[in-house]
Write a protein that binds this ligand. Structure first.
Ligand code: ARG
Length: 459
């Protein structure tokens, strides 16, 4: 088949080369952005009198017909036309005749693809921000309805100090908040227009780059044409943010998996978010959080893939850069799917308050509070720590928890102990005593919830 660039060639392309170099299989996902960019380009060409207004309206009309065909699934993409740009251009020429060939005046596929990806990343970033917000509001809802639930807080996955379950959930709210802020911040750089950079050096036509930027909603134009066509750091930035976000989602997923185990038994995920085993009838597997944890691997891989593709490339465009797309598309799919599942899964999970509470009650995680108790009675913390260590050891030997030791037993370790130690050791007291800003005391978590709601509503 004849090529849009065929003039220089005496032989047709090897079939394997054609297959190998084509990107239409995946870059057709940028069809709408490509048409949007072309319409802006054509509009500007007419305004700058590079083509006539009549030619521009024929081109725009043709592009709109093609847009509709694509949206109705009627596009006839061919590998012979290599990529989305040449497929659309060929369809346009087939649709409106030779005037279609004016579309590519003063433009290269190099600035064209860069423009498409900028528009795509911009759209997807905005969609993902919305999805992040829906997950954040689910955390707020669950935190509110479980505001009082006490659970063990862990370090080294060993019970450390009791915390409110709502406090634990809100920790993820703030991780996602920072992810969202990173996304919002990145838009500043996504909003640069590469269009009009040409193949690498600009163009001989009297184009107006600021005008196409304005038509496409970009905030500024790349000041350097070489940079404009070879920059993919906005893609790297998106992949980095996605990688960090998936790391957060993966940590949460890990907790959901652990909490769903019979050993922990802190939560039960809704049946509609679990699957069974084909052999073991009793199984209810937390496949969704497992897969969220698993998807994190491919998202990290996509970031590393593109970093590696770009690291040795001389300026400006190189065909290697076509490898930027599949990882990006795959990451968008993974992030989008993950966030969409996360919200209803968190919303429908059942919180087993009693099991969480029992884990705190039958434990030594109130030991720090006895140390703090002795400190308020005047003992240096280091000495108090030593004494409590001995008390815990004694209690373990006696097979008793700290609330079950008698006052005489306490006093045999220090005469500073009085009856009020028993109040101090109650789990709810232990939690509420951590009243420093951002601490787990109920009053602090209530303040935190207010802060979270204000952030989410943009106040
Ligand atoms: N399909 C190409 C890509 O994705 C578009 C740019 C092609 N430019 C070129 N000079 N071959 O990178």
């Amino acid at each position: 088949m004849s090529k849009l660039w065929g003039g220089r060639f005496t032989k047709s392309t090897n079939e394997l080369v054609e297959e190998f170099t084509a990107s239409i299989e995946f870059d057709q996902q940028f069809a709408m952005e490509d048409i949007e960019g072309s319409i802006a380009h054509v509009t500007m060409l007419a305004e700058c009198e590079i083509i006539t207004h009549d030619e521009a309206s024929q081109l725009v009309r043709g592009l709109k017909i093609i847009e509709e065909k694509i949206n109705n699934g009627l596009a006839d993409y061919t590998v012979g036309n290599e990529d989305i740009h040449m497929n659309i251009e060929q369809m346009l020429i087939d649709e409106i005749g030779a005037v279609g060939g004016k579309l590519h005046t003063g433009r290269s596929r190099n600035d064209q693809i860069a423009t498409d990806i900028h528009l795509y990343v911009n759209n997807k970033t905005r969609e993902i921000i919305k999805l992040v917000e829906s997950v954040q509001s689910t955390f707020i809802k669950q935190a509110k309805s479980n505001i009082n639930v006490i659970m063990p807080g862990y370090t080294h996955l060993q019970r450390a100090q009791p915390v409110l379950f709502s406090h634990h959930l809100l920790a993820y709210f703030w991780m996602l908040e920072r992810d969202k802020q990173r996304l919002i911040d990145s838009l500043q750089r996504v909003n640069w227009s590469p269009l009009g950079a040409g193949a690498l050096a600009g163009t001989t036509f009297p184009i107006n780059r600021e005008r196409t930027a304005e038509l496409l909603g970009f905030e500024m134009v790349y000041p350097n044409s070489l940079d404009a066509v070879s920059d993919r750091d906005f893609v790297l930035e998106f992949l980095s943010i996605a990688s960090i976000m998936m790391t957060h989602i993966s940590r949460l997923s890990e907790e959901l998996v652990i909490w769903s185990s019979q050993e922990f038994n802190f939560i039960e995920l809704d049946d509609s978010f679990c699957t069974g085993s084909s052999i073991m009838p009793q199984k209810k597997n937390p496949d969704v959080p497992e897969l969220l944890r698993g998807k994190t691997g491919r998202v990290h891989g996509n970031l590393f893939g593109l970093l590696t593709v770009l690291k040795g490339l001389p300026l400006a465009y190189n065909k290697d850069m076509q490898e930027d797309k599949e990882g990006l598309l795959d990451t968008v799919k993974a992030i989008d799917g993950s966030l969409r599942l996360l919200a209803p899964m968190i919303e429908t999970m059942q919180v087993k308050q009693d099991n969480m509470y029992n884990a705190v009650d039958q434990d030594y995680s109130n030991a720090t509070d006895i140390a703090d108790y002795l400190v308020t009675k005047g003992l240096p913390f280091r000495q108090a720590h030593e004494i409590i260590g001995k008390i815990v050891l004694y209690a373990i030997e006696q097979k008793k928890y700290l609330l079950a030791l008698t006052l005489e037993e306490y006093q045999s370790f220090s005469n500073l102990f009085e009856e009020d130690i028993y109040v101090v050791l109650e789990p709810k007291h232990v939690v509420d005593a951590r009243n420093s800003t951002g601490g787990t005391a109920e009053s602090q978590v209530r303040k935190q919830l207010e802060q979270a709601e204000a952030v989410l509503s943009g106040n």
